[in-house]
Design a protein around this ligand. Structure first.
Ligand code: SAM
Length: 244
């Protein structure tokens, strides 16, 4: 069927490619990719050979109209290097233009590092804000953190190893020393998820900048409900021991 297919791919473990994703990729007339080397590896793993065309931040404006035109008669799949396209990755303008042109837009959902990290962190998940990457420069970063400081939701951020400690310190400074989780290399061999107050995490990673890909999850302002309940119970129990 002609149209645009948004295909999520694994964020590490290739076993996480869905049956439907494999099916759509194997039948696509063309696959729009961020990095053809990365997608070629995935296609080889599943024994699929389909034409690829680059679609990334630097050529998107110029190749988008041609891709949209092709959707009239061809199945165009969009993938990113890892995870769900459009999530800190290119694609929303392609979807917007495909819809405007009246083409079918079909999503093939799958792995997303932000959601995977939320499932590991053990922090509240009822309300969360996806912040994505913070600006690299200190002043812009502090401003971006100040903007979300009052939001009563768990925050989810993407970060790289070399910048992790500085970002954690900036978060502790701008948000207060909230409980947070650093989820690293999710679904890969050296997966780990560490939970501690932001300042302790900042110190820990300042000594040894970690390798690999990272998601930071920060708890909402104020104590998470379960924790405050526990704290209240503990305070009560302690008070009771003092009664004559
Ligand atoms: N579209 C992707 C998704 O659905 O998660 C995100 C793309 S963004 C350019 C890449 C960032 O996602 C990395 O810098 C890291 O913060 C995060 N990420 C991707 N894979 C990850 C993994 N296996 N473990 C932890 N974080 C990951």
């Amino acid at each position: 069927e002609p149209g645009l297919y948004i295909v999520a791919t694994p964020i590490g473990n290739l076993g996480d490619l869905t049956v439907r994703a494999r099916d759509v990729l194997s039948r696509a007339d063309v696959i729009a990719v961020e990095d053809s080397r990365v997608t070629a590896r995935l296609l080889q793993h599943i024994g699929v050979k389909r034409p690829m065309t680059p679609y990334h931040d630097h050529n998107a404006e110029s190749v988008r109209p041609g891709l949209v035109a092709r959707m009239g008669g061809e199945a165009v799949a969009l993938v990113s290097d890892a995870g769900t396209p459009l999530i800190s990755d290119p694609g929303y303008k392609l979807v917007r233009d495909a819809r405007a042109a009246g083409h079918a837009v079909v999503t093939i959902p799958g792995p997303c590092a932000a959601v995977a990290a939320l499932t590991l962190a053990g922090l509240p998940t009822d309300r969360f804000l996806f912040v994505g990457f913070l600006p690299a420069k200190a002043q812009a970063r502090a401003a971006a953190i100040a903007e979300v400081a009052g939001i009563r939701a768990t925050l989810v951020l993407y970060e790289s190893g070399p910048r992790l400690a500085a970002t954690l310190a900036a978060l502790a400074e701008g948000l207060g020393d909230r409980e947070a989780a650093v989820a690293r290399e999710i679904t890969k061999r050296f997966e780990e998820c560490v939970t501690d107050p932001l300042s302790i995490l900042a110190t820990r990673y300042a000594d040894a900048p970690p390798k690999g890909e990272i998601v930071i999850v920060v708890s909402p302002p104020g104590e998470p409900e379960a924790a405050s309940e526990d704290a209240a119970d503990a305070a009560l129990a302690e008070a009771l021991t003092r009664l004559p």
